[in-house]
Design a protein around this ligand. Structure first.
Ligand SMILES: Nc1ncnc2c1ncn2[C@@H]1O[C@H](COP(=O)(O)OP(=O)(O)O)[C@@H](O)[C@H]1O
Ligand SMILES: [Mg+2]
Length: 411
């Protein structure tokens, strides 16, 4: 489609002080979001954090109570039509038709948005191939699996080749294989130069896909930065040095570079200490020890995971602790403030889903949204999402602990 702007703005999404309340519920409490052209912003937060509300404002579906936002250079309130011409949304309230085939749905969207028939057909075929849906193209949408449906939702948002895309929890409720496929697709999109705002409850998803991450909780930005920056500011990083032979002066030599006491192993060869910020530290340490004529066999830096980051920011207990605690798995109180931390680092984990235990890679973050079936039509999600948020939030507020006074990254 044509863009009504003449130049691409440096910031494709630029929002300041967005506020939105629904009755007495403060969904957004003044958030800023800035997304440079061609980059991915991950908006990470638990259920009810305000992610969908932010997306709805930026996509002109909801008017903010206060604040302003520009998307592709256009004001989302005063120039809504121009914004709409520049965006694609994987809407949770997607307008796809269950009794049409995948191909018919995409072609219809193309025609409705003004593409001539042959172009609409061509674009449809391209997208079906890109999203691995060629084989399913002529099946009715209602026969699609959850993963196929999400990919078609995404394809539907791309028919008009919009420069800015909004994906609201594109993989919530998907099985691991479908998630992985979706990630591939998203990476391909960004390689094409699209600007993308992606909301997610999954720490590993933000870590994998996003250039920058904004962590939101209770409608506020509680941290932002790259995944590496967020991790660097989180307690949990530690340094481990293995010496060739024990040296009594080694702890003193390390002291200037560490953020706490140096622990020495019984054999005197292994030294361990907490560190703050890990960039370039290994080199510095090796050099300093070398200058003190201390020979090093090994230096290891252990980075905290994004799980640790969220925990440090919110002080919420982990999902494991919650699941193993007084409340049973999937308890009806559904304390969504709990952080659903993965058992294994680096595997799929989600913030504040439902306190369900088990390997995070297999669990479904969609439980708290009602349903949670992989095959649940995507269109059900919006309502369930908000409903669950509304119900569970009071519990969350009660159990909310003070966030530690942690310095957050600056944009
Ligand atoms: N249309 C609405 N009416 C009433 N409350 C809403 C509505 N939309 C969202 N909320 C509430 O605002 C808060 C933020 O919701 P939402 O933006 O959907 O969060 P998220 O997408 O991060 O789960 C929640 O408490 C939710 O219940
Ligand atoms: Mg949502």
């Amino acid at each position: 489609m044509t863009h009504s702007m003449t130049e691409t703005p440096a910031l494709m999404i630029d929002a300041h002080g967005l506020r939105k309340s629904f009755g007495s519920t403060v969904a957004l409490d003044g958030i800023d979001l800035e997304v440079p052209c061609g980059s991915i912003l991950g908006v990470l937060g638990p259920n009810g954090a305000g992610k969908t509300t932010a997306v709805r404002i930026l996509t002109t579906l909801t008017i903010p109570d206060a604040g302003s936002a520009h998307v592709a250079g256009h004001d989302v309130v005063r120039e809504a039509a121009a914004v709409q011409r520049n965006i694609g949304v994987t809407a949770q309230d997607a307008t796809l038709d269950e009794i049409l085939t995948g191909r018919e749905n995409l072609t219809m969207i193309g025609r409705l948005s003004g593409l001539p028939r042959t172009q609409a057909n061509d674009r449809t075929s391209t997208l079906l191939a890109q999203f691995d849906l060629t084989d399913a193209a002529d099946r009715l949408l209602k026969e699609y699996s959850g993963g196929m449906r999400r990919r078609l939702d995404l394809a539907a948002g791309l028919v008009t080749r919009p420069p800015v895309l909004f994906l609201d929890e594109p993989t919530t409720g998907l099985d691991p294989t479908s998630r992985a496929r979706m990630w591939e697709v998203i990476r391909e999109l960004v390689a094409d130069g699209v600007t993308l705002l992606l909301t997610t409850q999954y720490l590993d998803e933000a870590d994998e896909l996003a250039d920058r991450i904004v962590v939101i909780d209770h409608g506020r930005v509680i941290a932002n930065g790259t995944a590496a920056e967020l991790k660097a500011q989180t307690p949990g990083a530690r340094l481990e040095v293995t010496l060739s032979e024990p040296r009594a002066d080694a702890p003193a030599a390390l002291a200037p570079f560490v953020a706490g006491p140096v622990h020495v192993s019984h054999d005197g060869r292994r030294l361990r200490a907490p560190v703050r910020g890990t960039s370039g530290l290994a080199t510095t340490v090796v050099r300093a020890l070398d200058q003190a004529a201390i020979t090093v066999d090994d230096v290891e830096l252990h980075q905290p995971s994004l799980d640790d980051v969220f925990f440090a920011l919110t002080g919420h207990p982990t999902g494991e602790q919650v699941a193993g605690g007084e409340r049973g798995t999937g308890s009806p109180t559904g304390d969504e403030r709990a952080v659903g931390v993965a058992g294994q680092r680096g595997s799929s984990s989600s913030i504040g889903a439902d306190g369900a235990g088990g390997p995070a890679g297999q669990r479904r973050a969609g439980l708290a949204e009602g349903g949670g079936s992989d095959d649940r039509p995507a269109g059900d999600e919006g309502a369930g999402d908000q409903g669950a948020g509304g119900q569970a939030r009071p519990t969350g507020r009660d159990t909310q602990q003070q966030a530690p006074d942690l310095e957050v990254a600056r944009l």
